[in-house]
Design a protein around this ligand. Structure first.
Ligand code: ME8
Length: 503
């Protein structure tokens, strides 16, 4: 087993099953997948979790509208998420559903720990509730009387609820932020979370009596657990909180990737809940912006949702993954458009990567009889790879896929420029042509490893065409990209264009 510090536990939010997967969900999931793949290349013991959030009023209502029980509804919808992730090559190690027994037990254990610590008590509550957020709002948070996030009317709710004493955690949270300056990234989002804490924290209700689709409180089974308390717990359920202490101490705390809409829950409520139960807060929370379509957030009501499968039909799996990772900078909001996606596909995949592979395999065919040659130890491309690798590694580490891919594509572009200058297609067969092509084959080998977190299928195909056996996933960084690893004598084949240009 790997040593404790070598573990890397990365999560996505668990998605509500009232909705079908759209490209916003795909964006977070693809990013987490690429990050998980990168850390596996580094030899870390990675655990990558995604899943579905299945309890609460929102799901109960969706089920009612569709004439089935909430569990039947969740069983139908979860498959859509699982199929979408399988189609996009998502390499999650586990998929958690909050309706599972293992989660039920974990939520009750966490509740009991907070209760035993004196952090939960019964209060009467009246408030304004947004069912889409599954959250209460104050009058002054509203946007012309509507939910500020969903733009829909809030509902007046009066209930006797159990409350979590969040107010007790104001100072411990401030102290945590102070001693962990990178707890929430980017810094703008850290400031937002701190600003929320500094406004003063109010206790929040963690139970409902108005619905029964949820997990009963262990000490008062007339109440079901508030869906957010339930959902956040998924991250520790899947790490083995209840039944696998060795796994739990190995993997916990996690790195969470989330959209900006759920910052308050992950950066304020969740660390406080964990502190109350005597558990460590998450390692880090990485917050990204929204993908906007025509300048607006996607939503069912606006009918502007785009299904990942529709894009895969036009751009292929790698085309979709590459666009989200390279074009949509992790942090700010980003506008999604087919035009932008097509431009990125043609520039990076068809013109640069596809073209490099096609040139090299063609010329190895005509000048070297289709047998690969070795790179030169003093190739001018070697320092370029070394320089960019440092940027690539550092960028993946801080979850900046766009910068990691900028650097990866600089290697590809500079290799194309090197070939245009050296013109091996005009050279006589012989040592010079062999050397130039050996250098370019070595870059293809290295790129097949460095680009594999983003475009795994293309990288597998590149390796096959240049005669390598074994998947990129089996390679280990940084050793595997030391210059000179491509051996002479492998069979090199020219195939169909890897990424035919799109109109
Ligand atoms: O909030 N752009 O689930 P959810 C980018 N169940 N990302 C987007 C997006 C967009 N337009 N729309 C959604 C929930 N997302 C809770 C989470 S976690 C313990 C419980 C992504 O189905 C983004 O990651 O509404 C956002 O945080 C998440 O989907 C919300 O998914």
């Amino acid at each position: 087993m790997a040593c404790v510090t070598n573990s890397y536990y990365v999560t996505t939010p668990i998605y509500y099953v009232n909705d079908a997967p759209h490209i916003g969900h795909a964006y977070t999931t693809i990013t987490a997948d690429a990050v998980a793949r990168w850390h596996r290349l580094l030899g870390r013991d990675v655990r990558f979790l995604t899943g579905t959030d299945e309890h609460g009023l929102k799901v109960q209502r969706a089920a009612e509208e569709n004439g089935c029980t909430p569990k039947e509804w969740a069983d139908q919808t979860v498959v859509r998420f699982q199929d979408a992730w399988a189609q996009l090559g998502i390499s999650n190690d586990d998929f958690i559903r909050t309706s599972e027994q293992r989660h039920h037990t974990a939520v009750q254990k966490l509740l009991q720990a907070c209760y035993d610590n004196g952090d939960i008590d019964l209060q009467t509550y009246e408030g304004l509730y947004c069912v889409s957020c599954e959250a209460y709002f104050n009058e002054d948070d509203l946007d012309l009387g509507n939910c500020p996030i969903h733009g829909r009317p809030v509902e007046h709710v009066a209930e006797e609820n159990y409350f979590f004493k969040l107010s007790r955690y104001e100072q411990p949270l401030r102290d945590w932020y102070e001693t962990h300056p990178d707890f929430v990234l980017p810094t703008t989002k850290r400031n937002e979370a701190l600003g929320f804490i500094n406004q003063g924290l109010r206790d929040f209700s963690i139970s409902r009596t108005s619905i029964d689709w949820g997990i009963p409180l262990p000490w008062d089974t007339g109440h079901v657990t508030y869906v957010w308390f339930d959902a956040l717990t998924n991250y520790i359920t899947a790490a083995g909180y209840v039944d696998d202490p060795a796994s739990f101490s190995h993997y916990w705390p996690a790195i969470h990737l989330i959209g900006k809409d759920i910052l308050r829950f992950h950066c304020v409520y969740w660390p406080a809940m964990l502190m109350s139960a005597g558990l460590a807060p998450p390692e880090r929370v990485h917050v990204h912006g929204f993908l906007l379509v025509g300048g607006e957030k996607m939503s069912k009501t606006r009918l502007n949702q785009i299904a990942p499968a529709d894009l895969v039909a036009d751009f292929g799996v790698d085309g979709v993954r590459h666009h989200f990772l390279h074009d949509q900078i992790f942090g700010p909001d980003g506008d999604f458009s087919h035009e932008g996606m097509t431009a990125r596909f043609n520039a990076d995949l068809a013109n640069n990567l596809g073209n490099l592979l096609s040139r090299v395999t063609t010329v190895v065919g005509s000048k070297c009889g289709g047998v690969g040659t070795a790179p030169r130890p003093d190739s001018p491309l070697a320092p370029i790879v070394a320089r960019e690798y440092r940027i690539i590694a550092e960028s993946w580490e801080r979850i900046s896929p766009s910068e990691a891919l900028d650097a990866t594509w600089r290697i590809i572009r500079e290799t194309n420029a090197f070939l245009e200058e050296a013109e091996p297609w005009k050279a006589e067969p012989g040592p010079l042509a062999d050397a130039i092509l050996g250098d370019a084959l070595e870059v293809l080998r290295i790129v097949s490893i460095l680009a594999s977190p983003a475009v795994p299928d293309a990288c597998a195909e590149i390796r096959r065409r240049i005669g390598l056996t074994g998947d990129a996933e089996e390679e280990r960084l940084p050793e595997s990209i030391e210059w000179g690893g491509y051996p002479a004598g492998l069979l090199v084949v020219k195939g169909e264009p890897l990424f035919p240009r799109l109109k």
